[in-house]
Design a protein. Structure first.
Length: 243
């Protein structure tokens, strides 16, 4: 049976990069919440590579919708080999005293509880098959904290703690849990930065450039596949030597 990979928030950005990197490794289920057209464009690229791909609309911050996503993957392809918890939002940087409860709740609902919901939904399947891989997409700010990014940094730090705890808990069931912590990546999430700000950041990065969705996608694909079968509980920082 072909392997099946669920990737949340995968119509664009890092999720898209992961999907394209896994295109030749098995079946792909792309999740989106708003961008159906972009999700279908990504799905078509995967099919052009010879892969099987379906799209599914779900707000993973709502458990019932996250479960529907997992159930769809099972009913369509018969299994789930790996779950990539990539769906996330990042508000524009502002001082902490300019944030409010509603903003914190929304960021945590998507970034943290989205991963919680999808993991909770997929675990019965992975435990029954005694095998699986879960990859959480965190951030370097989850490791070090970012000035004026308290809410985003906190949510990504929570994912790191979740990754480490779940890796220990699920290892006896043959399920691996890892995370990738990207630095600054060429995605729409950084559209608030000016050209001067981007150049200033590049000057701080030893490799002298921003990362691409392909760079991170390849790492995620590696963690999903059997090539990384002895790796669990790891947080892989991918930032060009920046932090």
């Amino acid at each position: 049976m072909d392997k099946t990979f669920i990737i949340t928030g995968s119509s664009r950005g890092i999720g898209k990069g992961a999907a394209l990197s896994l295109a030749e490794s098995g079946n792909i289920v792309l999740n989106y919440i708003k961008n159906k057209e972009m999700a279908e464009e990504t799905a078509e690229k995967i099919r052009e590579k010879g892969g099987k791909c379906e799209t599914f609309k779900a707000d993973v911050s709502i458990y019932e919708e996250a479960k529907a996503l997992v159930d769809f993957a099972i009913s369509t392809f018969g299994n789930v080999s790996a779950l990539v918890n990539n769906a996330g939002i990042a508000p524009a940087p502002v001082p902490f005293d300019m944030t409010d409860y509603a903003q914190w709740k929304r960021v945590f609902d998507v970034n943290v509880f989205g991963a919680f919901n999808c993991t909770k939904a997929v675990l019965p399947y992975m435990i029954s098959q005694k095998k699986g891989s879960i990859v959480n997409v965190s951030s370097v700010w989850g490791m070090t904290g970012g000035s004026c990014e308290a809410v985003y940094s906190s949510s990504k730090a929570a994912l790191i703690g979740f990754t480490k705890a779940m890796a220990k808990e699920l290892a006896p069931s043959g399920i691996r849990v890892n995370a990738v912590a990207p630095g600054i990546i060429e995605t729409e999430m950084n559209n608030h930065l000016s050209e001067d700000e981007i150049e200033a950041i590049k000057a701080e990065i030893p490799l002298g450039k921003m990362g691409t969705i392909e760079d991170i996608g390849k790492i995620i694909a590696f963690l999903c596949e059997d090539r990384s079968s002895y790796i669990t509980g790891e947080i892989i920082k991918a930032d060009g030597g920046w932090i």
